[in-house]
Design a protein around this ligand. Structure first.
Ligand SMILES: [Fe+2]
Length: 268
């Protein structure tokens, strides 16, 4: 899912009257799918492509096998970046304007790991997010929360030799979307990672612990296995918290294997 497509695509939901669906009806649908999943006794690690409570998921995903391109051919025309193209300061989303953004300053760090627990070095990690009031800088996001002139909400970093990334930012607020009546997304930060090739882009969302909106959110619940979706939730880490400056969260991303971080289908 690209920038706030979760909110943007609500306008193309399969049900033109989706905003008339109540949270209670969505809750019932989520519970029904969860019960079926528990009865089936299978082990899913990824979001479902077809997840009816998440209305726009029904029309959006591919119905045919993807066209497989030759990665080496793609590399000839794909953008490239080197160490010098990603400046250290780009990982601090709080210093991109003249003034300080409003909100709760946070540090997020973690490792990008492969399925065997090995660090993935020099990985380009990009993030985008709403501001503290839950507002994106995007013309399609028009809900009446203030734009922060000192916060754009995008940043990027390269992982170091231990596979570690670090971002300084502002804790995003929850925001409404049009999946159903009174639908709200839990606070989240979108993450994008490139592998060793630009054909390996992976996109996911990181959440904050204890969010009361988890149970109500069809996007979070579209990962029907509770253990898998909990892998999208960062943990508060007091060792990451900085004295009189910012609270700290830790969130590792596992690219492959049985503990793989749930990922969204790649979109351009
Ligand atoms: Fe979002």
């Amino acid at each position: 899912m690209t920038e706030s497509q979760d909110s943007l695509q609500a306008s193309t939901a399969t049900d033109p009257d989706s905003a008339s669906t109540s949270q209670a009806e969505i809750d019932d649908e989520i519970a029904g799918i969860r019960d079926d999943y528990e009865r089936a006794g299978t082990d899913e690690t990824q979001p479902r492509l077809d997840y009816p409570p998440y209305r726009s998921s029904l029309l959006r995903h591919p119905t045919k096998d993807l066209h497989h391109a030759d990665p080496e051919t793609i590399e000839l025309v794909a953008p490239v970046f080197g160490h010098r193209d990603v400046a250290q300061l780009e990982s601090d989303l709080t210093i991109q304007h003249h003034g300080e953004p409003v909100g709760e300053r946070i540090v997020i760090t973690g490792k990008v790991l492969d399925g065997d627990g090995r660090p993935v070095r020099n990985q380009l990690v990009e993030i985008w997010q709403a501001n503290a009031a839950g507002r994106y800088i995007h013309k399609r996001d028009q809900h009446p929360a203030p734009i922060d002139p000192n916060f754009t909400g995008t940043g990027r970093a390269l992982t170091d030799d231990e596979g570690t990334y670090v971002f300084s930012t502002i804790k995003p607020g929850p925001y409404p979307w049009k999946n159903h009546h009174n639908a709200w997304r839990p606070a989240h930060i979108h993450f994008s990672l490139f592998g060793t090739e630009f054909t390996q882009r992976m996109i996911t969302q990181m959440y904050f612990p204890g969010d009361p909106l988890f149970a109500l959110d069809p996007i979070y619940q579209s990962i029907v296995d509770p253990k898998a979706r909990e892998r999208l939730v960062a943990t508060y880490d007091h060792d990451v918290t900085r004295h009189e400056w910012a609270t700290g969260y830790r969130w590792d991303i596992v690219l492959t294997g049985t503990h793989r971080t749930p990922l969204e289908e790649a979109h351009s």
